[in-house]
Ligand binder design. Structure first.
Ligand code: 5GP
Ligand code: MN
Length: 321
């Protein structure tokens, strides 16, 4: 994968970069942003990561994660260039209110906006972290152990640790390079998959209890009341939508997470050729073919119905219980 020449020479010629991941950042968004930050700082540039949301506890092992600044600190952009990572529109990072003279997008999402003076969007890339790896190499910067851990985690999170269909020979080859730089795959896997709090596990129990199956579609929900009862945090729901997609007859899994009274963030997952990015886009969201999301306003029953109606025509996935 070759980063555009225009991007490489722009970075070489400029000194100040504000790197911004999408809101509710996941391991790919954070790992990509942090690896790029240390690479740029390492060659004498000023680079700062700003995030709308704090780093979830599960990612606090990422090198330099505690240095991430809140977006409220971003008051003056002066001569800084914005680098949006793992998203391609400023509203995905809630940074629309801040004006920049020059903007760069590094992303792998299928749904496109036309934002960015330099846009490097590669939907085929399994993770933004993989793109950042090739960018750092193209800039002639040596991958440090800290960058390696950030990139390996980014790649791990977006490929389900090399289990999803987006896992490529290239990503495995890069993972091997990163292991040679000191990453311990068992350490990352342990942090990502075997470090649950009891509260998170109890929340999963509640979510599983909400499961409904409509032909080939599984729908679950998590309310704020469930969070309160279990003491779990909103970010504890990360990956929960991957539980119902384990059922072999399920083609689409949806998880509605309450964000306010009658406001929901829905996560969608699908198998094979079922494209949930298209469904999410129809409902005002976006994402990838097999992993997408959208926001919806309405009570839970109406929201579920809207989704099932949008799925009509995809396999046999609409209909009753
Ligand atoms: P998740 O379900 O893990 O939150 O998101 C799955 C994928 O869909 C991620 O790549 C995420 O960036 C994308 N996604 C989730 N929600 C939205 C949304 O509301 N708008 C857009 N454009 N993408 C979303
Ligand atoms: Mn990603």
């Amino acid at each position: 994968m070759n980063p555009p020449e225009e991007l490489i020479s722009y970075i070489k010629d400029h000194d100040k970069f504000y790197i911004v991941p999408h809101m509710f950042p996941d391991g790919d968004a954070l790992g990509s942003a942090l690896a790029l930050e240390s690479a740029l700082c390492g060659i004498g540039k000023k680079a700062i990561v700003f995030s709308r949301d704090p780093v979830p506890d599960m990612f606090d092992f990422l090198p330099e994660a505690l240095r991430i600044a809140p977006i409220s600190d971003l008051t003056s952009t002066e001569d800084a260039t914005l680098v949006l990572v793992d998203c391609n529109a400023p509203n995905r990072a809630e940074i629309d209110r801040v004006k920049f003279k020059y903007t760069i997008v590094i992303d792998h999402h299928e749904t496109e906006s036309d934002f960015g003076n330099i846009r490097w969007v590669v939907p085929k890339s399994p993770a933004t972290g993989l793109m950042v790896y090739f960018l750092i190499k193209a800039l002639g910067i040596e991958i440090s152990p800290a960058m390696a851990l950030n990139i390996y985690t980014a790649l791990s999170v977006d490929t389900g640790t090399f289990r999803y269909s987006n896992t490529t020979a290239e990503s495995l080859a890069v993972a091997s390079e990163l292991v040679l730089k000191g990453v311990r795959p068992s350490f990352v896997a342990d942090r990502l998959y075997n470090s649950w709090t009891e509260a998170r596990f109890m929340l999963l129990k509640h979510m599983l209890y909400s499961l409904e199956i409509h032909n080939n579609t599984a729908i679950c929900f998590i309310t704020n009341d469930m969070l309160k009862k279990t003491g779990a945090k909103p970010e504890d729901t990360e990956n929960f939508v991957n539980f119902p997609i384990m059922i072999n007859s399920i083609k689409v899994a949806a998880l509605f997470k309450e964000t306010g009274k009658d406001f929901w963030k829905a996560s969608l997952r699908s198998r094979g050729d079922v494209n949930v990015a298209k469904i999410a886009e129809k409902l005002g969201g976006g994402g990838h073919k097999n992993a997408a999301g959208f926001r919806i306003n309405g009570d839970i029953e109406t929201s579920k119905k809207t989704l099932l109606e949008s799925l009509d025509g995809i396999g046999e996935s609409s209909g009753g219980d």
